[in-house]
Write a protein that binds this ligand. Sequence first.
Ligand SMILES: Cc1cc2nc3c(=O)[nH]c(=O)nc-3n(C[C@H](O)[C@H](O)[C@H](O)COP(=O)(O)OP(=O)(O)OC[C@H]3O[C@@H](n4cnc5c(N)ncnc54)[C@H](O)[C@@H]3O)c2cc1C
Length: 406
Amino acid sequence: MNAVNEIKNRQIVHWFRNDQRVSDHEIISNMNKFDSLTTFYVHADKYDKNHALGFPWISENRKAFLNDSLLELASHLKFLGIEFRQFNSVKELISSGLLIGKTLTYQRIYSMEEQKQELEVIQHHNEQVFTFDGFTLVDNANLPFELHKIPQVFTAFKNKIEKYGAFNKCVALPNLPTNALTFAQKGGENYGLSRLKYYLQDTDLIANYKQTRNGMLGTDYSSRFSPWLALGNLSARTIAYYIYQYEKDVNANESTYWLIFELLWRDFFQLNLRVHQNKFFKKGGIQEKQGKWRTTDSIFWKWANGETGDELVDANMRELNTTAWMSNRGRQNVASYLIHDLGIDWRLGAAYLESKLIDYDPASNWGNWMYIAGVGHDPRPFRKFDTVGQADRYDPSRNYRDLWLK
Ligand SMILES: Cc1cc2nc3c(=O)[nH]c(=O)nc-3n(C[C@H](O)[C@H](O)[C@H](O)COP(=O)(O)OP(=O)(O)OC[C@H]3O[C@@H](n4cnc5c(N)ncnc54)[C@H](O)[C@@H]3O)c2cc1C
């Protein structure tokens, strides 16, 4: 990250994007260095738009999670005496005059629509623009290779990072809450930090993560950090700091290692998005392959509504439609089924999960879909899951399927 000391005009207007927190934050944690600080958020262009197949690009559950996050952010900022405004569009922002005469700061996002929005904002801004990359564990500056030479297979990437890379340091480490909130799928830093405390310090669930992470039932088989990571309510570097702290104070085992390992998968997709950009969202993916997928509406809707007849797929889609959540095991199976059993264009599935998942993140969602479709980073050409075998293995008692199929 460039140092905030490089900012010349110290009247700052900060644009919150997927950095919705006040602790461990490049700008807010440095607020005393500025002459003035005001902040804002702009809703996505597609906030109220529908996909061509009729579903909203952002479901009500996703909107509610985002809204909770923005409400909490607003209240934290008010407490700090920092103005926070929300705009429905870039046009509204520009005509407010908020940017005039100030240095604009924001965290970079590398996906297509977010970059388009960024261009719209900066083309109207004549003052200094200061950007930073706070979303990942490892930033461009700490990579042991040039970004465009990033290994295209995850294991090679991970090995290089583990051997020669360095994780980002927290800007200002947040304390974990003494009175942690009980688990709820609600956006905001308080819920995110409470979950971190719960998963590590209160329950030691992390100590068995590797054994439980393929579960589907309940809320404790995996960390559930992803929704808060997606909006930046939690930073990946804060999570890593507390995992290492846990390893020092309590226990270091293959499960504590594995949670960092999974966070590196997240970095792998985020960093690759910076390199491949729009290809993440194209039919042929980063491999620019020709595909033979169908776009038949009726088959797609059977899948989306959980009415295919495949028990594991239907149970997972019904869970998603009801709760805005699905396990990683579920996501892999429903994606494989849509692509390889039904032969449907993978981008329709990716768009549907984008609409529904409260942890939606462009790089993780589209990167994983590409991977399973065989047009992404998977060294294997074909990744098909046997959904019946998977159900037997991961839901042997049928408890998960019975819960959602009744
Ligand atoms: C088809 C498909 C779509 C997906 N869409 C998204 C998405 O929109 N947003 C999202 O955050 N993740 C997505 N994932 C990745 C993964 O399923 C979720 O990150 C994970 O299930 C979130 O639950 P958790 O926080 O309990 O994960 P844990 O198992 O506790 O893992 C800890 C963290 O590691 C990261 N992580 C774990 N697995 C992956 C992975 N395969 N790819 C990238 N990061 C990973 C996440 O940040 C996660 O919070 C998708 C996976 C698939 C197969």
